[in-house]
Write a protein that binds this ligand. Structure first.
Ligand code: RB5
Length: 149
């Protein structure tokens, strides 16, 4: 069973809760790192712990939700080994795994409805990285990460 670490800010909380219900219904194990109420918070405070766990390999996959998804994706992609993909359609969610081996899925809670979010999470979880030429391309990104620190 794959474990997922999930978090949101206040703007993404409602969608995060629905994604948790979906994960529960499909038997996918997850760790919720907040936020757990509607008070306004700073999304990095919730995104950083998720990105750290994925970056260190403590948890294989993460899901982050903020208002647009932009802040969380900018943040998560600062971390070594993290490939965070901001998605708002099912095709992109699947390609994020097949071609980009995205290990964090980012969704905008003020952009995407619950049904679409569930479909995107399902596609991303079921998809498999294709490797080959896509691995070569990811290796080039990793080289950039290593050189620039
Ligand atoms: C919060 O108002 C909002 O700025 C945040 O959720 C996110 O959209 C940032 O990118």
């Amino acid at each position: 069973m794959e474990k997922i670490v999930i978090a949101s800010d206040h703007a993404g909380r409602e969608l995060k809760e629905d994604i948790k219900d979906f994960l529960k219904s499909t038997g996918v194990e997850f760790i919720d790192l907040g936020v757990d109420n509607d008070d306004s918070v700073d999304y990095p405070d919730y995104g950083i712990p998720v990105a750290e766990k994925v970056s260190r390999g403590e948890v294989p996959k993460g899901i982050l939700v903020c208002g647009t998804g932009i802040g969380m994706s900018i943040l998560a992609n600062k971390f070594a080994n993290v490939r965070a993909a901001l998605v708002s359609d099912v095709f992109t969610a699947r390609m994020a795994k097949e071609h980009n081996d995205a290990n964090i899925l980012v969704i905008g809670g003020r952009i995407v409805g619950k049904g679409l979010a569930r479909e995107m999470v399902k596609e991303w979880l079921e998809a498999r990285f294709e490797g080959g030429r896509h691995q070569r391309r990811l290796d080039k990104i990793t080289e950039v990460e290593k050189k620039r620190g």
